[in-house]
Design a protein around this ligand. Structure first.
Ligand code: SF4
Length: 341
């Protein structure tokens, strides 16, 4: 029976309705799921009026990776995290850079089951300092992430998510309580982009969650993929920067990443000029820690002191090449950096 598989477990966040229907409460799609059917993301199945996840510990990819590659630049810099994922997604980006994982429904035979104990043991064997759910939307591994983070905390392993930010506040709160210390949230663009390309998802949910995550005490970094012909106009970038500042304040890092053609979207890679425009506009607007990504060796991958401009951390291709911070302080003007954990 399906329910006997180790990767099939009772879902935690849902509401039972009349007629055996259920309402999933894991992400803000809040799918109404009839008996025998699955939700939008294909990872949740209604079996006889109860909701099940089909991907508990069903691991599609697994690798120890530098935390900078997520990217997190202000959370345990220089550490490595055992990073893992499952299949599928709750959004539908035609330009998805990880489509080989996110566009697959979960039945795939390529998945292997790893217990939470096994995952934590692997992290310790590899010498990692943390655990990170990434590559595809980590919200879909919710029940498993709770168990892995709780166990990881006992061994002082940090937990983090690299997410599209479309989870519910209930899910976010439970992850925080289980030991998640940081979330990197991908803000894709404005309301129109979410409506047109992401099947009616809502931009405001992402900002709401980023703000709530900060208020809960999570470390937050934002990422914005600038996609040619989609969100690479100057007025759209200026609007996003304003929204970031107004919602999350100047101390929250904002990463602009360069797009390359992938999956179902084949425009040219983002121009370097527009990437630099984004960085400089963010910096001049008052964001302390803007960054560029996917342009290895660019000077805007580095961390500079927001007060005196001194180079504090030099990076190339997500590797730290040099570090001049004294603890959390700038060696020149003694300013303390707010968000280096
Ligand atoms: S996680 Fe989101 S997309 Fe998937 S079933 Fe639940 S509400 Fe629907």
């Amino acid at each position: 029976m399906l329910r006997d598989l180790p990767t099939v477990r009772g879902a935690i966040l849902y509401e039972s309705l009349k007629g055996g229907n259920v309402r999933c409460g894991l992400c803000e799609r809040r799918c109404l799921i009839h008996p025998g059917e699955r939700g939008f993301c294909q990872t949740r199945l209604n079996i006889e009026g109860r909701l099940y996840t089909l991907v508990y510990g069903a691991i599609s990819a697994l690798e120890s990776r530098p935390i900078e590659i997520k990217p997190f630049f202000h959370f345990y810099p220089g550490s490595s995290a055992l990073t893992f994922s499952t299949w599928s997604c709750n959004l539908t980006c035609p330009w998805c850079q990880n489509w080989h994982l996110s566009r697959k429904a979960p039945e795939t035979k390529e998945a292997r089951y790893i217990t939470p104990e096994g995952m934590v043991a692997l992290a310790r064997e590899h010498g990692d300092q943390g655990l990170c759910v990434s590559f595809q939307e980590p919200t879909l591994l919710f029940e498993y992430a709770l168990d892995v983070f709780k166990l990881g905390r006992e061994y002082k392993l940090y937990g983090c998510f690299v997410s599209n930010g479309y989870l519910t506040l209930d899910a976010l709160k439970m992850l925080k309580e289980a030991g998640m210390g940081a979330i990197n949230i991908d803000i894709k663009g404005d309301e129109e982009l979410y409506r047109v390309y992401l099947k009616g998802a809502k931009e405001e949910v992402i900002w709401r969650n980023a703000q709530a995550a900060k208020e809960m005490g999570l470390h937050v970094e934002m990422i914005h993929l600038i996609v040619t012909g989609l969100n690479d106009k100057k007025d759209k970038i200026e609007r996003l920067i304003k929204k970031h500042l107004g919602t999350l304040g100047p101390e929250t890092p904002l990463h602009f990443t360069r797009y390359f053609p992938a999956y179902d979207y084949h425009q040219q890679p983002t121009s370097i000029g527009i990437m630099e425009f984004a960085y400089e506009t963010a910096r001049d607007a008052g964001i302390y820690y803007p960054y560029l990504g996917n342009i290895p060796g660019h000077r805007y991958e580095n961390t500079y002191c927001p007060s005196c401009g001194t180079l504090l951390i030099e990076r190339s291709g997500y590797q730290i090449r040099g570090k001049w911070l004294k603890g959390k302080q700038c060696p020149r003007c003694q300013r303390e950096l707010e968000t280096i954990v």
